[in-house]
Design a protein around this ligand. Structure first.
Ligand code: OGA
Ligand code: MN
Length: 281
């Protein structure tokens, strides 16, 4: 059995895990549950210098839940998706520029899937400058509201779309781009997510387009203000990558984004996604 040590990296989000031996991920080791509990508590788990190979990463993710294979085809190993702006390594790289804005993975799925339980990234190549991944707790964002705000915002609903997140990076799309974005249906989510655990979080980020029933500009100003408050620097954990690091985050409770890096950079992260089982409600 692996003896894990979990050390908090900031007050509201992130913890470093040491003592994980990937060779110990045998079926009778309760490590998967320990990691999922620590993930729920901390939002983000950092494993420095793990140097998982792609197959071992997928095997590790199997211990956390069912894996999303729907983005396969960009990497030889099933369950691995390369996150890079280099089109020779990922033909869908253009979409990934949207990772520079704060977001929650899985707010605009193709079908009715729930947000991913865990997104796992391992650094294969890092940027020379920038390219940190930044995280903020969406539970802490809710907890920091005033009582009056909690009452007022509890009933609001927000429409999320791929178009909203893509427009931020491509404000003047071609008709073809627009048609592609719009082929993904929009999703209406509550602003306040009440989790099975009883905790509450705010559902914000680049995919949040407008507040239902509110004046468009007023609603967008509210979403911007809430996001700004959720992501003030002292609420953010910024992971400065080294090759071989693995980081896991829980999309139920964190917002994340990539800090800017040179679009010509060789930066490459290998991602595996563990499917979620909790609807936004
Ligand atoms: C992602 C993502 C951020 C990064 O893979 O979902 O947002 O730093 N990545 O590459
Ligand atoms: Mn993401």
């Amino acid at each position: 059995m692996s003896l894990l040590t979990i050390t908090k990296l900031s007050d509201s989000v992130g913890a470093e895990v040491t003592g994980l031996d990937p060779a110990h991920l045998a079926a009778d080791d309760p490590v998967g549950e320990t990691i999922l509990d620590a993930l729920e508590d901390n939002g983000v788990l950092v494993f420095r210098g793990l140097h998982l190979d792609p197959e071992a990463q997928v095997a590790f993710c199997h211990r956390l839940g069912a894996i999303d294979y729907s983005s396969d085809g960009h990497h030889p190993v099933a369950g691995i998706y390369p996150v890079t702006l280099d089109k020779s390594k990922n033909s869908s790289a253009a979409y990934l520029k949207a990772t520079f804005d704060w977001h929650i993975d899985g707010c605009t799925p193709t079908g009715d899937d729930y947000p991913q339980k865990a997104t796992v990234l391992s650094a294969k190549q890092v940027a020379e400058r920038g390219g940190e991944t930044e995280f903020a707790s969406s539970y802490a964002a809710y907890d920091a509201l005033t009582g009056d705000e909690k009452d007022r915002y509890g009933a609001l609903r927000v429409v999320h779309s791929l178009e909203a997140s893509q427009r931020r990076i491509t404000p003047n799309p071609t008709p073809k781009q627009l048609a592609q974005w719009r082929s993904r249906r929009t999703h209406e989510h509550p602003l306040v997510w009440t989790h099975r655990s009883g905790r509450k979080s705010l559902v914000l980020g680049a995919s949040a387009d407008y507040v239902v029933g509110m004046d468009l500009d007023e609603g967008r100003a509210l979403l911007t203000d809430l996001l700004d408050r959720a992501t003030v620097p002292d609420r953010v954990y910024s992971h400065n990558w080294s090759v071989g690091d693995t980081v896991i985050w829980d999309n139920r409770g964190v917002l994340h984004r990539a800090a800017p890096y040179d679009p010509d950079s060789q930066r490459e992260m290998l991602r595996t996604t563990v499917l979620g089982d909790e609807p936004i409600q």
